[in-house]
Ligand binder design. Structure first.
Ligand code: TXA
Ligand code: MG
Length: 321
């Protein structure tokens, strides 16, 4: 990460206080941030992202003391998870506090919140008297941005001031868990595995079924995180490759390229076979291949365990049409 540039930080603070948007770095992906207590600032997020109004936003805080401003009826399980994983890539869905606007929650009585683990953004949050709402800083349904350049490309002329904090460590969105009085459920798999959460809670928890996803967590539309190039994820990549012979093909391999045609354009997510490295590179490589004017991008599914499940979820979403 680059050294903290205090004039950029100061600029971000001023803009946010004036209810303007700022793109902020987090350990997962860049967020498009706004004052959580300003209706006009919240409205700008939906406009700039072209985000459907039924898709709620995540509130970002810097201390556990802010929990009570954002949520109520906080269960002991929720506290346990917050204490263990924050700051970090875990988003909790809790009953919303009365002062939280329904334009953040898309009319729901629950609210999503997390404490991001990025030095610059924690500094920023500490300097402000309000929490920040921040969805990923890309246009709706596009690939999430993992560096400042991705934000500029996705938001184009609508791109706000970007607080540049380098490339995101995790490179994949936070894991979202609902832990309020009615439900304990994983709504979105992300940078933290189901097993890690279960270990902290000391019991198994359920994941949300694919068929329920759009109802429970409206952001989980089947088609999401998509490159503009046709994208197909497969577990039998060599078979898939044969189908597209003769086209300009791009391929995302997990750890190695098999002995095939040397003319294909490809990226290897992690030559060492590390899921962490693969998740860090995933969106960056999707962005790179997407910019090459290829006929199709093929991607190899990872082993479906741990973080591999989260990555496979994104590959699957990118390839549905
Ligand atoms: O890693 C992340 O979570 C990044 C960084 C910037 O923090 N943010 C992010 O935001 O991925 P976004 O808006 O792209 O995804 C937020 C997801 C959406 O799928 C939304 O439906 C879900 O969170 N969500 C928000 N509030 C919710 C609620 N009250 N109940 C259920 N799902 C909710
Ligand atoms: Mg998003």
């Amino acid at each position: 990460m680059e050294a903290i540039n205090s004039s950029d930080l100061e600029k971000a603070i001023q803009l946010l206080k004036q209810n303007e948007l700022v793109a902020i770095p987090t350990e997962t992906v860049y967020g498009l941030a706004a004052n959580a207590f300003s209706e006009s600032a919240i409205e700008k997020i939906y406009q700039v992202k072209q985000r459907p109004k039924n898709n709620p936003l995540i509130v970002h805080v810097h201390t556990l003391n802010q929990l009570n401003i954002v949520a109520k009826n906080i269960s002991s399980d929720a506290l346990k998870l917050a204490r263990f994983f924050w700051p970090g890539p875990l988003t909790l869905v809790l009953d919303k506090a009365d002062g939280i606007s329904t334009s953040i929650t898309a009319g729901k009585d629950t609210v999503a919140l997390r404490m991001p683990n990025h030095e610059l953004t924690l500094e920023l949050l500490k300097a402000l008297e309000f929490p920040l709402v921040a969805p990923s800083a890309n246009r709706s349904n596009h690939i999430s941005p993992t560096c400042a350049e991705h934000v500029r490309i996705s938001l184009g002329s609508e791109s706000p001031f970007i607080l540049d904090g380098g490339s995101c460590q995790n490179g994949i969105e936070s894991t979202i868990v609902q832990v309020n009085s009615s439900v304990t459920k994983i709504l979105r798999l992300g940078a933290i595995t189901k097993e890690a959460i279960e270990k902290v809670l000391g019991r198994e928890i359920e994941g949300v079924k694919e068929s329920e996803k759009e109802i429970v967590s409206p952001g989980m539309f089947k088609k999401h995180y998509s490159p503009t190039t046709k994208f197909v994820a497969s577990s039998s990549l060599l078979e898939e490759l044969k189908k597209y012979n003769g086209n300009k093909i791009g391929v995302l391999f997990f750890k190695e390229k098999p002995l095939i045609d040397d003319s294909i354009t490809y990226r290897i997510l992690s030559p060492q076979g590390s899921m962490e490295e693969a998740s860090k590179n995933l969106y960056a490589y999707m962005h790179e291949l997407d910019a090459l004017g290829l006929a199709i991008i093929l991607a190899e599914y990872l082993p479906d365990t741990g973080l591999g499940k989260s990555i496979n979820d994104r590959l699957k979403r990118a390839s549905s049409n």
